[in-house]
Design a binder for this molecule. Sequence first.
Ligand code: ATR
Length: 376
Amino acid sequence: MRRRSQSAATEPSHIRENSRHSRKPYSPICVNPCPSVVNLPPRPRPATNLFLGFELWPRLNYNHGVPDEFASPIDASTRLCAVYGFPIRHSASPAMQNAGLAALGLNWRYLACEVAPETLRSAIEGAKNMRFVGLNLTVPHKLLAVDFVDAFDDSVKTWGAVNTVRIEGRDKNGTWLPIWQFTETQPDKIRTQGFNTDAEAVTRSLREDLGVELAGSRVLLLGAGGAGRVAALKLAAENVAELFLVNRTHSKASAVAAEIRRRHLNVKVQVGYPRGEVDVCINATSLGLSPDDPLPVDAKQFSLRQAHAVYDMIYRPAETQFLQTAKAGGSKIANGLSMLLYQGAKALEIWTGQSAPIAVMREALTKNVYGPNVSK
Ligand code: ATR
């Protein structure tokens, strides 16, 4: 994740206005050997594979199995992290993150919690009070959470949304450290620090999965919520030539467009559908998570045939109706699987201070979304 110093003038306006937050700079964490590391003996594989294919997903409930490699004993030293979302039961983050945590040899667990927007503040405070290691935030919390964390990393000042939270304690020297580093001593204060790991993830994924050359390109972006806003600002920072923003709530798209005009004079940004072709059309709305959802694009105003490449941040279902329509029309398509992977890997690094085991996490994610026999 890019960490660069930001002047107040380059911060998104909704963050500048939020004066109650600490502007204390991020203190680099010192990476001590993790006290909650345990060397677990290899476990025998059970007779049945407990991964479930994506076809079964609509029937999933809270009682489905835990893949065996995560099933090391939970004990009184186990540290917790979680993703909060609403809905959340589609999330592949627990499979991916628990595989990553196991590969790092950490006695940590990653949960998925269904948190309604009206309880987000108290749920974040709850995680803080229970000394969770950290949180991820997904639909619809990424913008809301900006108001509910105690401090921001530069990435939040730059992109204006929070998808990762690290819970930190202050030591006797006044240094903020990840909370898991306090084993022998107690912190004199605990805080939440917000980060954004989506921005780098979305552009890396567009390049790797679709081969899109962003500089000089024409892009249609659907959605101006937390994920859409970050994608729009990051695309502008990558010097796309023209950016078209469409959102159900017009005012949100207009606010993002105004932000881009202020910060990136070289980018032509407008609210509404483009005429002619675009290099890539991106869905950053939540439409498609549910099978009954309409397409996120108005077919009367824009045909997906006008897009050379089409990207959906949704990864479950692996092919939304939006992607199926685009594929049928001849566009190159990709879902949000690698965006999820890269944002999650960065979050894991922020929490642990260690390099994320990307290959392990990718494999767990792919199995979780496509089923055990598919290699992508
Ligand atoms: P996230 O933080 O994950 O981006 P979000 O901020 O709630 O979640 O954003 C969800 C996006 O999906 C928004 O662009 C939202 O449009 P609004 O800004 O108008 O709310 C869009 N979205 C959600 N439900 C929608 C629906 N039924 N029709 C059209 N757009 C929808």
